[in-house]
Write a protein that binds this ligand. Structure first.
Ligand SMILES: Nc1ncnc2c1ncn2[C@@H]1O[C@H](COP(=O)(O)OP(=O)(O)OP(=O)(O)O)[C@@H](O)[C@H]1O
Ligand SMILES: [Mg+2]
Length: 274
């Protein structure tokens, strides 16, 4: 089980330190060290997502709908990556497959150092709970819970004790500028505030990978830009890998990698190398 630090920052810092120690160690390529590295997770320089010739075909009766066609890509660890494409191009399908919410029809996938097809059905939700945070277009907050309770919920699922949940939940709410709204219910928050709670909820457990499917689609353009700005700052601060989809080419200024898809095909990968 992953050790939980006092706060999200401690937790990420521990991961970062152990990664650097591994990288700097002499004889780091011994079999023992490789096994240890695999146990501890993905190394900094490794890609966190690898797709090899991935296709997804949905079947609706007699009709086959190709949603992804032979997509190969690598998403580098600790980057801010964007999937860009028009409606129906396959963005949600791509993110759902990365997030192990859906399986490809063909091809090989590695997420957080694991060949996810080899993880059994009963272990896959645990794998998701530990490694992946999700941010949705319509926020998906639980309406009867306060902002703080929404944020601490993933920690409850991981079996964390109440005082640590409180500390990490409040520290995360503070990171998104909402510690003074901890007791508000979702219907007492603006759209941008709801999405900030959702960002805090996705990050509170310290996942290596955060997936956001059109996180700004239900926000006005100014609030949308500020949410992207916030996600980028958080990504820089904590070092998680962010992958998000959008229709909006105006949002690409923050992206370090842009994957453009059309009709299920990856037509361009642009790396800004920031
Ligand atoms: N469950 C499903 N069953 C059948 N077809 C599907 C299913 N999900 C998606 N599709 C089809 O797969 C294609 C890609 O859909 P997808 O939702 O990935 O696109 P998208 O880029 O996310 O679009 P949008 O920007 O509108 O959200 C579309 O043609 C869509 O109709
Ligand atoms: Mg979509």
């Amino acid at each position: 089980m992953q050790r939980a630090g006092k706060s999200y920052e401690d937790h990420r810092a521990k991961r970062f330190i152990s990664t650097n120690q591994r990288g700097g160690a002499k004889n780091s390529n011994t079999k023992k060290n490789r096994i240890q590295a695999k146990k501890e997770g993905v190394m900094r320089e490794d890609p966190i997502v690898v797709f090899e010739n991935v296709s997804k075909i949905y079947k609706m009766g007699e009709v086959s709908i190709p949603a992804l066609n032979n997509v190969s890509l690598k998403i580098q660890n600790r980057r801010f990556s964007m999937v860009l494409g028009p409606s129906g191009s396959g963005k949600t399908t791509l993110l759902n497959i990365i997030g192990c919410l859906d399986q490809p029809t063909k091809g090989k996938i590695e997420v957080c150092g694991e060949r996810v097809a080899e993880i059994s059905d009963d272990k896959i939700s645990e794998f998701r709970a530990r490694n992946i945070g999700f941010i949705f277009q319509n926020f998906n907050l639980i309406p009867v819970l306060s902002a703080f309770e929404n944020v601490e919920y993933p920690l409850t699922l991981l079996g964390m004790g109440a005082s640590e949940r409180r500390e990490r939940g409040m520290s995360m709410l503070e990171s998104v500028g909402l510690s003074d709204h901890a007791r508000h219910r979702p219907n007492q928050l603006s759209g941008g505030q709801k999405q900030r709670v959702a960002i805090a909820r996705a990050l509170v457990k310290g996942p290596g990978l955060v997936l956001a499917d059109e996180p700004t689609a239900n926000l006005d353009s100014k609030t949308g830009a500020s949410i992207i700005d916030l996600m980028h700052k958080i990504q820089e601060q904590y070092g998680a890998t962010f992958v998000f989809s959008t229709h909006d080419p105006q949002l690409i200024s923050h992206a370090q990698d842009v994957f453009s898809i059309r009709d299920g095909e990856l037509i361009e990968h642009r790396s800004e190398g920031k």
